[in-house]
Design a protein around this ligand. Structure first.
Ligand code: SF4
Ligand code: SF4
Length: 320
């Protein structure tokens, strides 16, 4: 494995801190956190529940650090269902050993399904059986994406599996979430959100979170609407009537006021573009209700299906 220099860690820490609007001190702490994870001092166990693997694919679209750097040099992954070659007994032995040893970060991608445990297994064992000892022994637990955080698509109204987010599952099993669980929603989660959160946990500790959603304030304090480049159109009530028009996309179904995320700052695919700049309404993929409620469709017509309450006085100017 190639060595990463201290200078390179500092550069990556600075990029992550700038993306999250954090200070220079935080940049150094993030660099130290990345170094700790890289050196193997902080092992990361990545598990998948009911998911499409999209959040893992998103992670591989990371640009600072890049995907190869990320999985071969930065994140010390003990096991990842898609990336690891291990199967069967080797996997369950690894998980049992880890649960015994403790002191690792657990990342969960995808929802948990307690009503139908056989719908989601790891190496032949139901995830719902494997998770509790690992959750108890992990130093920190991070959800990757809205399915793991809030139930998401598998947790949609009418599902038979009882799919739910990890917070609900932990509370259900009597496992404390305070100062332990950080929710990183999104469909998929932004790769920088994951890397910044893991580096912060390793370098600084548990971040400030929203008490209800457990999402990190450094990334999710402002809504997409708060920092939207089309906000001036909203203020002037200048709404696009058709896709491709100038103007605020609210009447074409934009749910930006309901989604807390820093998409407008970081954008996607290395800062090339993002939903609203591409002319697509925000579908609130980071919100608690995303994909779950029949009353919360991806696309709504004007205000027919969903009343959006937003007071301009509540607008936050930054994500810090
Ligand atoms: S409703 Fe959507 S397009 Fe309009 S300002 Fe808000 S986030 Fe931007
Ligand atoms: S703009 Fe909205 S739908 Fe698009 S990634 Fe951000 S939160 Fe998700």
């Amino acid at each position: 494995m190639a060595e990463i220099s201290r200078r390179e860690f500092l550069r990556m820490g600075a990029v992550l801190a700038a993306g999250a609007g954090l200070s220079c001190d935080a940049a150094q702490a993030l660099a130290a956190g990345l170094e700790r994870v890289f050196s193997g001092q902080k092992r990361v166990l990545w598990l998948q529940g009911m998911s499409c693997t999209g959040c893992s694919v998103s992670l591989l679209n990371s640009d600072e650090p890049g995907p190869v750097e990320l999985i071969t040099q930065v994140i010390s992954v003990v096991f990842h269902p898609t990336l690891s070659a291990a199967q069967g007994g080797l996997v369950t032995e690894t998980l049992d050993r880890l649960a015994e040893a403790g002191d690792f970060f657990l990342v969960l991608e995808g929802a948990v399904c307690p009503k139908m445990p056989q719908a989601c297994t790891v190496a032949g064992r139901p995830l719902t059986d494997l998770l509790p000892p690992l959750l108890k022994r992990a130093q920190f637990v991070v959800t990757a994406g809205s399915c793991a955080a809030f139930g998401g698509i598998p947790g949609a109204d009418g599902n038979l599996t009882g799919a739910m987010g990890l917070k609900e599952f932990m509370i259900d099993r009597g496992i404390p979430v305070e100062n332990k669980l950080v929710n990183c929603p999104g469909c998929p989660v932004h790769p920088h959100t994951m890397v910044t959160t893991l580096a912060y946990l390793a370098g600084v500790g548990y971040p400030a979170v929203d008490p209800a959603t457990l999402t990190p304030n450094m990334i999710c304090s402002a809504s997409v609407h708060d920092d939207c480049p089309r906000f001036h159109h909203w203020q002037k009530q200048h709404f696009a009537e058709h896709f491709g028009d100038e103007g605020c996309l609210f009447k074409l179904g934009c749910l930006g006021p309901l989604s807390r995320s820093d998409c407008s700052h970081r954008q996607w695919n290395g800062g090339i573009n993002w939903c609203i700049r591409a002319g697509a309404p925000c579908i609130a993929c980071t919100s608690e209700d995303f994909a779950k409620r029949k009353s919360f469709p991806f696309y709504r017509l004007g205000e027919k299906y969903h009343a959006v309450a937003y007071d301009d006085a509540d607008r936050k100017g930054t994500t810090t």
